[in-house]
Design a protein around this ligand. Sequence first.
Ligand code: ADP
Ligand code: ASP
Ligand code: MG
Length: 816
Amino acid sequence: MRVIKFGGTSVQNAVNINKAAAIIKEKAADDALLVVVSAFGGITNKLIEVSNLAAQGDNTYTSILKDLETRHIDTLKELITSDSQASVTEHVRLTFKNFDDLLHGIFLLRELSARTLDLVMSFGERLSAYIIAHALKEQGMNAEFLDARDVIKTDKNFGSAKVNFEQTNHAIKQYVGTASKLYIATGFISSTADNETTTLGRGGSDYSAAIFAGALDASVLEIWTDVDGMMTADPRKVKKAYSIRHISYAEAMELSHFGAKVLEPRTVLPALSKQIPILIKNTFNPSAEGTLITEKAPQNNLQIRGISSIDNVSLITVQGSGLIGEAGISMRLFRAIANEHINVILITQCSSEHSITFAVLPQDADRAKACVAREFELEIKHKLIDSIQVENDLAVIAVVGENMKNIPGISAKLFTSLGRNGINVVAIAQGASELNISVVIYNVDKIKAVNAIHEIFFLSDVKTVNVFVVGTGTIGGTLLKQINNQRATLISKNSIDVKVTGISNIDGYLIDEDGIDLQNWEQLIKTKGHKPHLGEFISKIKELNLRNSVFVDNTASYDVAAVYEELIEKSVSIVTPNKIANASNFERYSKIHALVKSSGARFLYETNVGAGLPVISTLKDLINSGDEIIKIEAILSGSLNYIFSNISSTKKFSEAVNEARQKGYTEPDPKIDLSGKDVARKILILSREIGCQINLEDVNISNCLTPESQNTETWEQLSRTLVDFDDAVYIEKIKAAEAKGNRLKYIATYENGKSSTAVKEIGPEHPFYNILGSDNIISFTTSRYKTNPLIVIGPGAGAEVTAAGVFADIIRIVNY
Ligand code: ADP
Ligand code: ASP
Ligand code: MG
């Protein structure tokens, strides 16, 4: 004998019922079968809604009632077209007439007790089982309707009645016996010893099926639903969740208790006590294997079996010196809670015994607080216990698996993934059985948390990073191209998915959680994007609260650099070639870097100095490995190097500037380069890495501009003033250098805590002599590299290399 249950969506309408019927037909051919069904999808909620309206004296309930009747009649007419249609319709109409009478009573009395509500809700399953039984008959099956109220006997705890198994098992055996009939039984409903209707609690049809299976010693209990089985996480929260092939009773119970709705938590016990395997299957995809639940499930190489979460809980904390070493406190506390019939979801106490914290559903929080306060009235009065604290808007996430017993480091992994995503853990509980670690977090972080945990335990193969790009000029545009070209390779070879989730530029902004199509992003921003608005873009990133979020600032803008702190606080990492934040005043600089340390986010800016060259990472490596930086000398500006490499007695300064600009080596405003400010910012950033607490004003800067050039606004004005400048400043210097076979170079220096920039004349023996074009060179003299400095050399400007450096920083964040 098999017991099989179809849930609400599996019997949503005639089309779905026919799918279920095909499954039933196939199974009935091999084995005796008892089928349990839920009400048609959504009906139970509707029944509650109409009865509430009636109880409030709102007579609009009558029109909803009419709709409900029509939905049932229409469905049965689709399923049953033979002569029996009239009698089934008649029965359904009569049932609705009874229901209408009941609602009218509720309307007149303006009262809806738990007892009456159970009777109200029973109509859903009574109608669906009756209609389905007749639909199966129509298809030639020997089906018969079974009203479970005749056999499942309970106490009078209306709304969530407790089963009397002795009476129930006996009644089921008597009723069903060894009959060759195909019973179609109502789920969810039951009755008391004196035949009053009760229900087993919402979602209780799974439990009804388990009760039948236990009583009849079924060979298997099948739960047919709308997903491919019990999944590694709630598929509504985690898109990448997948179905678990085999799981133990204990694990399934734990997952369902902590929110995996696919299986009502009490379902496992009757099956477990008779060792009946449970199989969860998908009515809409019957060929999928589904999930098998048995005593022992083979251990796989995964550390955990699944993750579940309870969306909304409140935490209650009792604390005070009176708790320490005092026997019987927990007993009194939880007895008081139990007397109020409040369900405790989780308990945690630290070993100092100074406090006990427990979680309850929010609707129970006030009552729980009041009853605990009553119980400890004296202790509170004598200040042995502080006032009782309640914290709301929390969620519990449970990580479940029997493998945890054998594998160390699971909690470390769990808390690392939460920490890196800036998710604050409010409380922790781990059962001594080591089957479950539960963490309480803020509800707003829930989706991010389950996804982060899911990724780290189940998708070690592919890690996704959510990239938000601001600025799509030469660097940003090139970066998007590079990501687009490399994404597939990164997934297949490195198991990293660089997903561009948001782009913001002067045309507008666009966010797509599934990733923006990078073949087509320009068009998509224009057609599907929002108006340009940096503030909105930032708010959306924060609201989305996605795990592994990286904000990439490809601008040279103060406004964009101003948002880093608020993003870091939300654990969004920052990657940028924009030097503004790192070159801002020391107070802000230290604030950002301190925030990074405390937030779990990262801030990477390799391209602040030397574009894609490994300058900052090399410097960090030297310092971290204990080396001492004695001196840094560097050519750090592609544009200035180009200019000074090209001026000669025949080529003027102004001409060289013009060429550098045309080749795209200068900043959007060339004055930033020519004034020495850009190089000064770079040497400032390097000096700060070494630990110098200095500001830009402390860098001794050699400015290539006169005050007159400095005050210009447009390029045309600037270039006019440069012409005057040529003869006055550089011609003599260049002539003198040429005469000695030397060259002029714009060199930044750090030494003894002092930083400066200067135009220097160097000879052919100097390592910088042959650095031409837009190349950079950085020479580190350190305790270890003393006689022969460590030198980094290569292209220090240009969109391709800078974008590549930004891309590398993004990958560094994923690999961290
Ligand atoms: P039925 O009406 O068939 O009883 P339910 O809606 O009660 O179906 O349960 C199935 C739903 O449970 C799925 O559609 C899914 O959204 C949700 N669910 C939550 N957690 C899980 C999980 N871990 N595995 C599978 N489904 C889950
Ligand atoms: N119809 C009931 C409910 O919606 C029972 C069930 O579907 O399991 O709660
Ligand atoms: Mg269900």
